[in-house]
Design a protein. Structure first.
Length: 232
């Protein structure tokens, strides 16, 4: 199996130039599915901290880079929406956040904000023992002992003990960001949720500072104002 990915065919969310070279690095299996960006791409193409995969491997061997609080040793580990990328030795902390057009970008945050990460609930099911299992947008599973959480809500997870420290319901008035589509990267409040009969996607009206937009429900994620980077 090839270890390379053609630049022209990478997902739109990847922050890479598509016409400068033919190939880029292929992400390993892991979180975020096909939208996950290999860590080395962020280190090399976005931050400019390394020039090669060899340099990236060396940095990882020194435990100099943490993803969601954990030291990573795979330079092809997929990085995606709302992940926390930390460089403790540099005192630098970033949140992966959708930019204009839905392209992933690094938003600089402070050390305290880097102690937790946001997750969108994509699924919910009962498991043996009576607990409820929540499946997040990046494939993470979280067990809870109550039933207050619903699909499309967002939660904040502590990177240390993996506990839930905040819960943001998906509802009218919620602050959201569009993560895909023509309005990717825009932030606003939900005005209305238009439930579509049958198997079609629900539509969401979002008001913004410069007007508003409408998109499908799958393209929005509930966030808190502390997660936009506006206050950093």
């Amino acid at each position: 199996m090839t270890k390379h990915q053609k630049r022209l065919s990478v997902p739109k969310s990847w922050p890479v130039e598509r016409k400068t070279e033919t190939f880029t690095v292929k992400a390993d299996a892991g979180p975020h599915g096909e939208d996950g960006v290999p860590l080395v791409v962020l280190l090399r193409d976005v931050l400019g901290y390394v020039d090669s995969r060899k340099e990236a491997r060396y940095a990882l061997s020194e435990d100099a880079i943490l993803i969601n609080g954990d030291a990573i040793n795979d330079e092809q580990r997929p990085i995606g929406m709302f992940d926390i990328v930390a460089f403790p030795g540099r005192g630098e902390y970033y949140r992966v956040f959708p930019d204009e057009g839905g392209r992933l970008a690094l938003t600089e945050i402070d050390e305290e904000s880097a102690q937790s990460r946001l997750g969108k609930i994509e699924g919910k099911q009962q498991v043996p023992g009576g607990d409820t299992q929540l499946t997040l947008h990046d494939g993470t599973n979280v067990l809870v002992d109550d039933d207050e959480y619903q699909a499309k809500d967002s939660i904040v997870i502590d990177n240390d003990d993996k506990s839930i420290v905040a819960h943001f319901p998906y509802e009218e008035g919620a602050l959201v960001t569009a993560v895909r589509g023509n309005h990717g990267g825009k932030i606003g409040e939900v005005d209305a949720i238009d439930v579509t009969p049958g198997s079609g996607s629900n539509r969401v009206g979002v008001s913004t500072d410069d007007g508003g937009f409408e998109t499908v429900e799958e393209y929005v994620v509930v966030i808190d104002e502390n997660f936009t980077g506006d206050d950093e």
